[in-house]
Design a protein around this ligand. Structure first.
Ligand code: IPE
Length: 270
């Protein structure tokens, strides 16, 4: 059986995170070239992308991760209208991703979570068989999104990090989960600080190592690198390799996907 890889392109990698709805097209093209190389080598890839500035800023403004807040008055939009906007913004970002894949002649099919998933966190409900049954060579694509939830929350934010965990654990034949990130080369020994030298890159991290992740809660409605590490450790239980690498340096994403030696952080069982 061919090797199968679940790949997450972080929203902070493919967008300018603090500039509303700004795509990093050069990065997207670089990443797509690397994805193409993986497909050429016979790897099957399932692609999940994050939101960056197409999701977090507005979701934060309207507290969409907290669910319905009937006693709070939001301006200028209601939470329901904000959901529609964020979903449309995510479809727009997804279209940039699909266009980049098309520019590289990659055949891909996108399935937005608000159409097939319900609930948030790693135990969200949603049938993954579309991903499993994709024809050979077709890249199935999905992304972090605003999804329906049970009463009383009614809606919430499903992170791509939760999606990749389930895909890696439940889809037949997945060998590897790779998180491609912006701004960091992997997991650092401590959170980076402005004006300070970059802390040491940890080449491995095991679940009993102490790890303090930076979480930009002023911008981020999901969990930053801490959530990737947490979901990554959970995915290890399915016997796959988990890597966190930079999507901004060389060919690290493709090297990680292919199981070649790479600069980054490998998660290990303790
Ligand atoms: C967040 O998804 C989705 C929305 C804010 C709508 P992710 O958690 O996968 O996004 P990134 O990778 O942090 O941007």
């Amino acid at each position: 059986m061919r090797e199968r890889v679940v790949l997450k392109w972080g929203g902070g990698l493919i967008t300018e995170k603090d500039q509303m709805k700004t795509v990093r097209t050069d990065v997207l093209d670089q990443l797509t070239d690397q994805l193409h190389a993986c497909l050429e080598q016979g790897f099957e890839v399932i692609l999940v992308h994050g939101a960056g500035s197409f999701g977090h800023l507005k979701a934060k403004q309207y507290k969409l991760a907290d669910g319905l807040l009937p006693n709070v008055e939001f301006q200028p939009l209601s939470q329901r209208d904000a959901i529609e906007e964020v979903r449309n913004d995510m479809l727009e970002l997804n279209q940039h991703v699909m266009d980049a894949l098309t520019r590289r002649d990659i055949s891909a099919v996108a399935i937005p979570p608000h159409q097939w998933a319900k609930g948030t966190g790693p135990d969200f409900e949603g049938d993954l068989t579309f991903f499993e049954q994709a024809p050979r060579g077709i890249v199935m694509v999905t992304f972090g999104d605003v999804v329906e939830c049970d009463h009383p929350r009614q809606f919430g934010i499903l992170s791509g990090d939760d999606i990749v965990k389930r895909l890696a654990a439940e889809i037949e034949g997945v060998n590897r989960l790779v998180f491609a990130m912006g701004g960091v080369e992997g997991v650092l020994a401590s959170p980076p600080q402005d004006g300070e030298p970059m802390p040491e890159l940890l080449s491995t991290l095991s679940s009993n190592d102490v790890f303090v992740g930076e979480h930009q809660s002023d911008m981020d409605v999901t969990g930053g690198i801490g959530l990737k590490v947490k979901r990554g450790f959970e995915a290890l239980d399915s016997g796959i390799e988990v890597w966190l690498v930079s999507g901004e340096h060389g060919l690290r994403v493709q090297e990680a996907c292919m199981g070649l030696p790479v600069t980054g952080t490998q998660l290990l069982k303790s």
